[in-house]
Design a protein around this ligand. Structure first.
Ligand code: HEM
Length: 460
C-alpha cells in the first residue's frame, strides 16, 4: 500500500506549491489588475498588453516615490529603487505567509528542497553571512579579468554563428535571429563556463529553455510542472557533471569554482551550493543575455541613425550596450521583503509585506535621465541604469553580459550592413514572459530581400 502513496504525496506537495506560489497570488493580482491596480497590471500583463510596461512604470512613478498598491509597495523612482535594493532590512525573495496554518502548509510543500533560481541556497534568495561567503567565492571566479579572458572565444563563437546564418534562411527569405544567433551565442558561452562538452550543449540549452519561465508568477499548473520536471532533470545531470569536474578538472570557470576555497574560512562550496550556482548561472545568464541581444537588435534596426553613429564611432559600442540595457531591459522588476518592520522612502513597511522595484521604470526616471524615452547610444550616464539590480544582489554576470552584448551585436551588424527586420507575416514576436523581457522570434532579411531568394534556393 505504501508504494502508490509516495508519488501521491509528492503530487499533493506539488499542487500546494503551485497554489501558494502561482495559483493564488496570480488570481488575486489579476483581480486587482481588473480594478486598475498598478502593480497587479504590471505583473499580470497578458500577451496582448506586453508592450505596456513603460506607460505603466510612468503611472507608478507619478503615483508617488513608493506607491502602496493592493498587495505590494511598488516603486519606479530611480532613487527609491536604489534604496530598496541596498536597504539593510530588506531581503530578496517572497514574504512567508503570515497565518500559521498556511505557513506550515507552504513549508511542507517545499520539502524536499529542489533546484531552482528562487530556491535556497540560490544566491538570488540567500542573504546575510551565507550570501556574503558564497558571493566572495563566486565573484572571484566571475571577475572582470576572468570574463575578459572569454572575449576572444566569444568572438569566435559569434563569427561562426554569423558565417552559418545564410544556411538558416527560410522559404520566406528570412532568418529567425533568436533561434540562429541570440540564443546559441550565450548558450555556447555559458556551456563553456560550466565546462559542458559540445556534445551535451543542446541538452543543457533545452534545460535552460524549459526552466526560463521559473521567474514568472502565475504559471499554469502544467507549465509549473514542466519547469519543475526540467529542473529535476537538470539537477540529475548536474550532479554527475560536477562529479566529473571534481575528478577531471578542466580550464573552465565551473572547475575553478569546484576547487575554490574561502581565504577566511578555508571552506569551499557545498554540493548543494555548487548545484544552485550552476543552476542559477544557467537560468540567470542564458535567457537574459539572449534577451539583451534581441532587444538590442530591434532597437538598433529601428534607429538607423544610432546604428550609423556606431559605424562611425565604434568606441561607443560599450555605451550603446548600456543604453540598450537602460531603454529595454531583459529583467523588468524584482522584489524585496522586510526582515523586520522598517522604513523605506519615509514610509513604514512591515514584515510580511512585499516591495516591488520596477527596474525598467527607474531606467526612465526623468530626474536622472534627460529625455528618458529617447534611445541615444551616446547618452553620457547610460550606465546609471539599474537593469543589473543593485546592492548585495547586483548581477554577478554583469561583466559577462556586457561583453557578450557588445561582441554579439557588433559582429552581426558589421557582417550584414543591410540587415532588416521582417514585416507582415514574418513579423517579430515578444516572448510571453512578464518579468523577463525579450523577443521569441525575430525574422530578418540578411541582405536586401530582392537578392535573398538565391540563398533560399541553394539551401540543402
Ligand atoms: C543582460 C543580461 C543579464 C541581466 C539583465 C541580468 C540581471 C540580473 C538581475 C536584475 C539580478 C538581481 C535580481 C535581484 O536583485 O533580485 C541578477 C542577479 C544575478 N545574475 Fe544576472 N543578469 C544578466 C546576465 C547574467 C549572466 C550572464 C550571469 C552568469 C554568470 C548572471 C548571473 C547572475 C547571478 C548569479 C545573480 C545572483 C546574484 C546574487 O544574488 O548575489 N546574470 N541578474
Amino acid at each position: 500500500m505504501s508504494q502508490p502513496l509516495a508519488p501521491l504525496g509528492q503530487e499533493a506537495r506539488r499542487a500546494v506549491r503551485w497554489a501558494v506560489g502561482h495559483g493564488l497570488p496570480a488570481a488575486l493580482l489579476r483581480r486587482a489588475a481588473r480594478q486598475g491596480d498598478l502593480q497587479g497590471l504590471m505583473v499580470t500583463r497578458t500577451a496582448g498588453s506586453l508592450e505596456a510596461p513603460y506607460p505603466l512604470a510612468t503611472a507608478i512613478r507619478e503615483a508617488g516615490p513608493l506607491h502602496r498598491a493592493r498587495y505590494a509597495w511598488t516603486t519606479a523612482d530611480h532613487a527609491v529603487v536604489k534604496e530598496v535594493l541596498s536597504h539593510p532590512d530588506l531581503r530578496s525573495g517572497f514574504p512567508r505567509p503570515q497565518r500559521d496554518r498556511v505557513q506550515r502548509l507552504a513549508l511542507w510543500a517545499e520539502e524536499p528542497r529542489r533546484l531552482g533560481p528562487l530556491s535556497p541556497p540560490s544566491l538570488l534568495v540567500t542573504d546575510g553571512p551565507d550570501h556574503a561567503r558564497y558571493r566572495r567565492l563566486v565573484t572571484r571566479v566571475f571577475s572582470v579579468r576572468a570574463v575578459e579572458a572569454l572575449r576572444a572565444r566569444t568572438q569566435e563563437v559569434a563569427d561562426a554563428l554569423v558565417a552559418d546564418l545564410p544556411r538558416h534562411v527560410g522559404p520566406d527569405g528570412t532568418v529567425d535571429l533568436v533561434e540562429a544567433y541570440c540564443s546559441p551565442l550565450p548558450v555556447t558561452v555559458i556551456c563553456e563556463i560550466l565546462g559542458v562538452p559540445a556534445s551535451e550543449r543542446e541538452r543543457v540549452a533545452a534545460f535552460g529553455q524549459a526552466a526560463a519561465p521559473s521567474l514568472d508568477l502565475g504559471l499554469s499548473y502544467r507549465q509549473a510542472r514542466r519547469v519543475e520536471d526540467a529542473l529535476e532533470d537538470f539537477r540529475t545531470w548536474l550532479v554527475a557533471h560536477l562529479e566529473h569536474l571534481r575528478a577531471h578538472p578542466g580550464d573552465d570557470l565551473m572547475s575553478r569554482l569546484v576547487a575554490a576555497r574561502d581565504d577566511e574560512t578555508g571552506d569551499g562550496l557545498s554540493t548543494d551550493e555548487l548545484l544552485a550556482t550552476a543552476g542559477l548561472v544557467l537560468a540567470a545568464g542564458f535567457e537574459t543575455t539572449a534577451n539583451l541581444l534581441s532587444n538590442g537588435l530591434v532597437l538598433l534596426l529601428e534607429h538607423p541613425d544610432q546604428r550609423a553613429r556606431l559605424a562611425r564611432e565604434p568606441s561607443l559600442w560599450p555605451n550603446a550596450v548600456d543604453e540598450v540595457l537602460r531603454y529595454d531591459p531583459p529583467v523588468l522588476l524584482t522584489g524585496r521583503t522586510p526582515a523586520v518592520d522598517t522604513e523605506v522612502a519615509g514610509r513604514r513597511v512591515r514584515v510580511g509585506e512585499m516591495v516591488a522595484a520596477v527596474l525598467a521604470g527607474a531606467n526612465r526616471d526623468p530626474a536622472v535621465f534627460t529625455d528618458p524615452d529617447v534611445f541615444d547610444v551616446a547618452r553620457e550616464n547610460a550606465r546609471e541604469h539599474l537593469s543589473f539590480s543593485g546592492g548585495r544582489h547586483f548581477c554577478l554576470g554583469a561583466a559577462l553580459a556586457r561583453m557578450e552584448g557588445e561582441v554579439g551585436l557588433r559582429t552581426l551588424l558589421d557582417a550584414f550592413p543591410d540587415l532588416a527586420l521582417g514585416s507582415g507575416e514574418t513579423r517579430a514576436a515578444r516572448r510571453p514572459t512578464r518579468i523577463l523581457r525579450g523577443w521569441a522570434v525575430l525574422p530578418a532579411h540578411l541582405v536586401p530581400s530582392t537578392v535573398s531568394a538565391p540563398a533560399v534556393r541553394s539551401r540543402p
